[in-house]
Design a protein around this ligand. Structure first.
Ligand code: PRP
Length: 189
């Protein structure tokens, strides 16, 4: 028997901190997503894109982006996990869920919520390009100020190296549903 949602939520560990101030408002997110959608619409005339979202964080941005593109888009998702501590990454990424779609000869746009070290996008770019799509591009809503972003064609916002939550971003699986991007204030201890 499964627990009622309120009981399940009550059993989740509370992240050690609290939601802080908004750094990107819902309106700013909407406007930037519309602008990227218009760019993709212009760039992909006559060659409809396959949007590939990276779970879980990209699901909110991808949903809004798909509706901001005035073309017959298709969507698919991948889930990946990197081994070890992200600050001491071995550079190895493990596929948890692969695509359902064959990307060969498709116009693939990889969609990320945030590029932090760049490990995930580097890995997925190599993996997906090896599958011989007709074209490949990357789109990231947020990129860290010091991240490698050379290969990312569509960038939403540059963000500082603080903990962030909302609009798909979590801390311990919480706060993805918030409509704006907030700082997350860690407890002092
Ligand atoms: C985040 C984000 C990217 C990755 C970026 O995912 O969605 O996939 O980290 O980090 P990198 O540039 O250092 O590789 P996360 O592992 O937090 O999983 P989630 O999307 O399920 O929250």
């Amino acid at each position: 028997m499964s627990l009622a949602p309120e009981h399940a939520a009550a059993q989740m560990p509370k992240p050690p901190g609290s939601v802080g101030r908004v750094i990107i408002t819902a309106e700013e997110l909407r406007a930037r997503t519309e602008a990227i959608g218009a760019e993709i619409t212009a760039d992909y005339q006559g060659r409809p894109p396959l949007l590939v979202g990276v779970l879980k964080g990209a699901f909110v941005f991808m949903s809004d982006l798909a509706r901001a593109i005035d073309l017959p888009v298709e969507i698919d998702f991948m889930a990946v996990s990197s081994y070890g501590l992200s600050t001491e990454s071995s550079g190895v990424v493990r596929i948890i869920k692969d695509l359902d779609t064959d990307v060969r000869d498709r116009h693939v746009v990889l969609v990320e919520d945030i590029v932090d070290s760049g490990l995930t996008t580097d890995y997925l770019a190599e993996l997906l390009q090896a599958r011989r799509p007709a074209s490949f591009a990357m789109c990231a809503l947020l990129v860290r100020e010091d991240a490698r972003t050379d290969g990312i064609r569509y960038v939403g916002f540059s963000v500082p190296a603080d903990w962030l939550v909302g609009y798909g971003l979590d801390v311990a699986e919480r706060y993805r549903e918030l409509p704006s991007v907030h700082l997350f204030d860690l407890d002092d201890q």
